[in-house]
Design a protein around this ligand. Sequence first.
Ligand code: SF4
Length: 390
Amino acid sequence: MASSRPPWIWPTAAYVHIPFCAFRCGYCDFAIAVGKDDRQDEYLRALEAELTRLGSPQRIQTLSLGGGTPTHLSADWLDRLLILLSRWLIVEPGGEFSIEANPANLDDEKIRVLADHGVTRVSLGSQSFDRNVLRVLDRDHAPEDVPRAVERVRRRIATISLDLIFGAPGQTLEQWRADLRQARSLEPQHLSTYGLTYETGTPLWKRAERGEVNPLSEDDELSMYETAIDMLGEAGFEHYEISNFAKPGYRSRHNSVYWANHAHFGLGMGAAKYAEGVRSLNVRSLEGYLTRALSGQPTEFQSETLPPHERALETIGQNLRRAEGVVHSEFQEQTGFDLQTLVGPAIARHVGWGTLEADDDAGVRLTRRGRCVADSVIQDFWKPPAERAT
Ligand code: SF4
């Protein structure tokens, strides 16, 4: 039975984290496990233990497998993983079942397993079609792996999304345009474009600290972002979230749950969960996760219940990422607050600056100018947990 509770209280979506990777890309600060493939069976047992804590099988509308690289391990392991998940997380008919994949290791056998288990959407970490950019990002695939993977996936799975990164050291606007042209030519239904970030402690950050690589200027990054908006718009993609573009009908339903600030399950090492107003985070180390899950302890290492006022501000922060922004009626129903009463002066300020547009019926959304400085606009309303003072 589907839950009768509203989707911001009880999850209609689940994320499962598969941490294994062949090696760590220079810019990556995700919760991953490199050189630990011998722990894959233990990881399945730990996931099973965590799933068992759900109490009963859960009916959901979207299931997303990310990492790490879920397709790094063998077809047989993937098969066992998907059998396990199908016992606990039941995707409703017409639901979305997506998986992140590396173009270098997605062979026909793995695609067959994914398709046979009902995967509907594959998100390929293509990042760039330029050999030099891939090298500076430490990616382990070659440009030609991407069209090959797209062709293979398309024979069995209908929806393909490509991830692209812009702003790599040394990358030119012309190289970025070429990346966008190549991506468009493969005719994916969805594209995500992320500006490269230098996360503290990553190998890329250390190289930048030592002066071995030079981050692009903010102006250059902005030109790249605006180029993506223009080129993908011309190709019929809807710019439906700050970093995401979709052909009509192909928005990521799973990620839309996050941007709606709705509840979601999160399972596996480092996964985030939000249910009944409580946000919690699983331990980020493989050893810690395995030890806790396999000994029957909770896998979360922190959790917080936001008071209603903060939850409403958080909802504004998430909603502003979407093209439709914060919709008055939805917002009131979900949070119990009137948007104007809560943040009217801040909205008026940003409307004056041209970073937000507002109308009385629909709501408030970022303008094109606002999208270019989205982080600072959003932080005027709400600071993400990682950026709050502790
Ligand atoms: S493949 Fe993805 S998760 Fe793995 S190291 Fe590279 S960026 Fe990180």
